[in-house]
Design a protein around this ligand. Sequence first.
Ligand code: PEP
Length: 247
Amino acid sequence: MKRKLIAGNWKMNGSAAANEALVRELTGGMAGAACTVAVCVPAPYLAQVGALRAGSPLELGAQDVSEHAEGAFTGEVSAAMLREFGVRYVIVGHSERRQYHHETDAVVADKTKAALAAGITPIVCVGETLAQREAGRTVDIVKRQMAAVIHTNGHCISEIVVAYEPVWAIGTGRTATPEQAQEVHAVLRTQLKAASEHADRIRLLYGGSMNAANAADLLAQPDIDGGLVGGASLKAADFLRIIAAAR
Ligand code: PEP
């Protein structure tokens, strides 16, 4: 059985003081965790959180990466730069980046490639909007998003993590039922298996209002190998309860 991954997405939240308190509580409370745990923090805090987590099993993650290696791309951060700060995971193609920064499937695929080339595990997000779900297009949408990443990354695809994040469930308090999530995860697993003989080792995370109360049921599904957690990752007690549910 795969070791589950619970990744916190802090989004654009935090301060030096708040980060210190949160990371100290997390590292103090996660001894004996049966899963891998990471926090994906805003870029300016990578060095701080990297130092705070030193010597603990808490892994460091980032929230975005440039598809370019270097050069005249003001405001961008390269995968090699993230690597220098000890980053092990990077979220790629979060729906907020697709929506507010107009990231296309092709850009997401290139960012995935850039992360892999630097030895960072991309957490590739896919998911449908409410309108797309209601139009019966969920499977088409997530398969299209995944296909672009598979096409660009070829045999390296087994090195990625995928997060199924229905857009209508992110930050809304409205969670996909375990059955709804499992259904999409099974589709993604089948698609990945057709692309790689090693697809069984790819961790498929669920994300979208995962919390201390619903985590265990979601994580009990056969194709749910962890969670990408937004709001609940900002409260140590809640995040620790999700971590405890992942075994
Ligand atoms: C996310 O932003 O990836 C997320 C899942 O957020 P939330 O848990 O707050 O819905």
